[in-house]
Design a protein around this ligand. Structure first.
Ligand code: INI
Length: 162
């Protein structure tokens, strides 16, 4: 039996963070969490780029362009969709999550889903650096681990092909 897993060493890995300006109060905290988590795992400052979008809705398209560039090992999508008076937020969150998942699968690149979806601003604040942790940091580490397990899986595949 072989176990293939990703380590948590970020040396040499390149990341693209996509951040929504909508609910920027939350997004900025998620970015700080993500940057901090990556640097603690030896990702160099110059290996992280940040792309801003107006909202979560626009993130899949930007993620697709980033994936096509081939410049990154993983994408980290950050933002917050908070319930409003209408059902608009449901469409935004649903399409953002679906679109980001499609980019990951079609382009075979990890896309971390760090878009908080919640009912209140307080819940979002809890998840962006207070009581309930920081979704940005959590997502960055998930992206890092997934990038590394993919590397392992691809190395194994190559050695088996030889
Ligand atoms: N975008 C968000 O990132 N979060 C939200 O909570 C949100 N809500 O609820 O409206 C939101 N809407 C904007 C959307 O992402 C687009 O930018 C907009 O519809 C223009 O295309």
């Amino acid at each position: 039996m072989r176990i293939i897993e990703g380590n948590m060493i970020g040396t040499g890995l390149r990341f693209a963070i996509i951040a929504s300006r909508f609910n920027e109060l939350i997004t900025s905290k998620l970015i700080e969490g993500a940057k901090d988590a990556l640097s603690r795992h030896d990702v160099r400052h110059q290996d992280v780029d940040i792309y801003w979008t107006p909202g979560a809705w626009e993130q899949p398209l930007v993620a697709k362009e980033i994936a096509l560039s081939g410049k990154y090992d993983a994408i980290i999508a950050l933002g917050a969709v908070i319930k409003g008076d209408t059902s608009h937020n449901e469409y935004v969150a649903g399409e953002a999550s679906k679109g980001l998942a499609i980019v990951a699968l079609e382009h075979r690149i990890p896309v971390g889903f760090g878009i908080i979806t919640c009912d209140t601003l307080e819940q979002a604040l809890m998840r962006s650096g207070s009581k309930a942790g920081n979704k940005g940091a959590e997502t960055a580490l998930a992206a890092l681990e997934t990038a590394n397990v993919l590397k392992e899986a691809r190395t194994k595949k190559e050695s088996k092909d030889v």
